[in-house]
Structure formats: C-alpha cells, structure tokens
Design a protein. Structure first.
Length: 319
C-alpha cells in the first residue's frame, strides 16, 4: 500500500492553532475542532492560507478559490463535534469549558447552548441506529443522553461512569462503549441506556484514551502504554491482540479507514496499520510540524489527518 497513498490536498490554518479533533461528514467534507472553537465552510479545498477549524471540501480541482461562510466562534476551545442530516445540517459541538452548542448550516442563526457538563466535553456522538438521539461524554465522569425533536434538542438522562470519560462509541441502539480512566487505571466500559448502568469490559493499569470499531466483532482501544489493544466484542469480550506502536511511541489519535485498517497519529508522522497482516502498511513523516493529533476516515479509500500547527492533509488510497 506504500505507493498507493497519495496526498491530494493540504490546507494550512492559522499559525500555532491546535486542531484537536476531526469529524467525518462525507467524502468531501470534514469538521475541524480547534482551540479557538471555530467552524464554517470552504467550498474550494484549494491550498492557501485560511482560518483554522473550518468545514472543508477537501478537493475540487476545477476551482481555485472558494468562499467562507457560516463561521462560529467560541471563546473556549472546541473538543468534539457531531453532525445530523436534517432538513438543514445540524452540528453539535462540545467545548473545553463543559458547554455544548448546536447550530444549523448554512443558517446564520446564533448557536444555541444545550447544557453544561462540569468538565471538558470529550465526545459528542450520534446513535447510528436511532438518528434522533446522541450522547455526550465528559471528563466529569458522566455520559448524557439527548433527543433531537422538531422544536430543539432535549436532555433525557445521565449515566454515571465515575471516572473521566475520554471517548464513546455506540455498539447497539441501547449500548455505548466508553473509555474512562484515571491517571493510573484505565477501563473500557459498557453503558446500558435502558438500565442506566455501567459495567467494565476490559481494564489495564494505565489510562485509555480512545476506542474505535475495527470490524463487526472487534474494537481497538488506545492506551498510554503505547499499545493499541484489540478486544473481541462477543460474549467473552477478551483481548485478542495488541499493536506495539511504532518505536514504542504513544499515538495521539486512532480511527478505522476500512475493515481491519487503522489510521494512527503520532509525533511527526501518520501511519496506516493492517490488523489482519499485523504490520504497518504506510507511513508519512511530518517533518516540519508538531504532533499528528487528529485523524479521520473520509471513505474506504480516503482519510485525513491534522497537525498541531493547524495543517489538514487529505489523502487517497488508489485501488
């Protein structure tokens, strides 16, 4: 795969602005969340200096420049975002001050504040099997459930996780997988929406930071021990393998591009890892930038990663 990955576009943001998370919308658009909490559209994808943390169309070769619209600013950094394809595109963003905000695009309405967690909102994620519900996870040790209605967004319930929650992933309509940790104890837990309870799936003596689905029956979990641990989702929920990451470096971000293929972000490089082959299949060094701290799948043959200097790289995998 080494010679099949091509960078098709590179978008440079404002200097020294950290992009903390990417959110896939479709093959042509991706949300960037940064320490400035700004969002918007750029319809060209041309390589030029533009404000960071915008909603980009990564590649449109027939256009040299586009226009920027629907910008939203927040005095605190944005940490996470989710979108919902309603009559208008609805974005729900979580911020470092514990607040969440919703706004419609391309509407110019002011964002609406939904709630306040007691700490950083680490993840907002929609339920893929129930399009009108989503959850928010926070460092305050809770997972909150929300319902989208015609008149707005309503809070429904809180699930207590008892440890800071760093990531969340819907497994079924009523089950959420979460990564919740203290400094010296990490737990991958399963939150039951109906029972409003939580049970441990896997534990380790260091923090877990992220979870993603590798295949129907397998998840990957990112740990401070410089490992990606693979867990079988079936009845036994056993550890079925581990990826000893490159040079024993701790990855900052992980996502699944296609079944069994992960994109990982490290200091100064991004990496593709094939779980079935158990080996690295591509690496791209980022020599003049800081950490690759956000990655996302765009399609089975495309992915994006961003670096702490605000650069977004769009890459395609040739068949």
């Amino acid at each position: 795969m080494e010679d099949r990955v091509t960078e098709v576009n590179r978008l440079k943001g404002d200097v020294n602005k950290t992009v903390v998370r990417l959110k896939y919308i479709d093959e042509e658009r991706v949300v960037l969340c940064s320490e400035t909490g700004m969002f918007g559209f750029d319809w060209s994808g041309a390589t030029r200096v533009i404000p960071e943390s915008k909603l980009f169309q990564p590649h449109k070769p027939e256009t040299d420049y586009g226009t920027l619209s629907s910008t939203v600013e927040h005095e605190y950094g944005a940490t996470t975002a989710e979108y919902f394809n309603l009559p208008e595109l609805l974005i729900v963003a979580g911020c470092t001050d514990g607040t969440m905000h919703s706004f419609k695009l391309p509407s110019q309405e002011e964002p609406k504040t939904l709630c306040e967690h007691a700490d950083v909102v680490s993840k907002v994620v929609g339920n893929p099997l129930s399009k009108d519900t989503f959850c928010s996870a926070s460092w305050d040790g809770t997972v909150q459930l929300w319902s989208i209605k015609e008149g707005g967004i309503d809070f429904t319930t809180t699930i207590e996780a008892n440890k800071p929650v760093y990531d969340a992933l819907w497994l079924t309509k009523d089950l959420i997988l979460i990564a919740n940790s203290t400094i010296d104890k990490g737990v991958v837990s399963q939150a039951d929406v109906r029972a409003k309870g939580i049970s441990a799936v896997f534990e380790l003596d260091n923090a877990t930071r992220a979870v993603c689905r590798v295949s129907e029956n397998m998840i990957a979990t990112l740990w401070d021990s410089c490992q990606i641990i693979l867990i079988d989702l079936r009845a036994t929920k056993e550890r079925v393998g581990a990826i000893d990451t490159a040079e024993r470096a701790r990855p900052h971000a992980v996502d699944t591009i296609s079944e069994g293929v992960l994109i990982l972000g490290y200091d100064h490089f991004a990496q593709l890892w094939d779980v079935k082959l158990n080996k690295e299949v591509w690496r791209n060094k980022v020599l003049e930038a800081d950490a690759v701290n956000a990655v996302t799948r765009l399609s089975n043959s495309a992915f994006a990663y961003s670096t702490m200097d605000g650069t977004l790289s769009i890459n395609k995998i040739k068949s």
